[in-house]
Ligand binder design. Sequence first.
Ligand code: MLT
Length: 264
Amino acid sequence: MIALCGDVEIGYEDVGKGLPVVFLHGFPHDRSLWAPQLGALMDRCRCIAPDMRGFGESAVQGPYTMNRYADDVVALLDALHIDRAVIAGLSMGGYIAFAVWRRHRARVRALVLADTRSGADNTEGRAKRRAMIDTVKADGIDPLVDAQVNGMLGKTTREKHPELIEYVRRMLARSPAEGVVGALEAMIARPDSTEMLATIDVPTLIVVGDEDVLTPPKDSRAMHEAIRGSRLEVLAGAGHLSNLERPAAFNHVVSEFVSVLTYA
Ligand code: MLT
């Protein structure tokens, strides 16, 4: 489906009934990242998964900033007449979830922070992203696909589920170059959200794969210590895309988490 959200067309899925949960994909993904969740959780809650602008079926249209992505998410909630939702973000989706909290916390019923981190990029991280921008501008997305795909999946998945390598490779490869460059710029410019963690006073579930090398479990433990009352789940044998790599375990913890939330 496509909704006009402010000035931008946003592609999204909307399946199931009950408590709305908005699933925000990472970089450089699209909403198909969440296919294993939508199929399994639609019996428990209303699952909404947008493509962020510049990805999937959403318009390739700047500006690309974390704030703008967050405003797009809230504009989609408005378009769907949803007052408050659980905001679930994986990696860059988590950075967007922090921006939603910073700017629109009244719209957040609860948070799921998957394979993400609260810190901003350091100097080295920013330099790496600038190099990626130069590569994509010069040669397109293909060189990035190989560089990213192995780091995204854990060792166990790469050994036992080679079909997922192909699934992720295809998802990465169809990302528009402009959306990829825009997201890299948005991530470079994103603020450090660590101080803000103490302000989070909604139920929060933190999930991470124990083989995640991009946002390792220590980052999740630090967020867990900083967010009062949060719950941490470390999924064995999963890398950075824990929702795809251990879908049953991921769905189980999310399902348990949302089942005790009332739609208020
Ligand atoms: C992601 O999966 O969204 C990326 O690993 C985030 C990042 O590059 O910081």
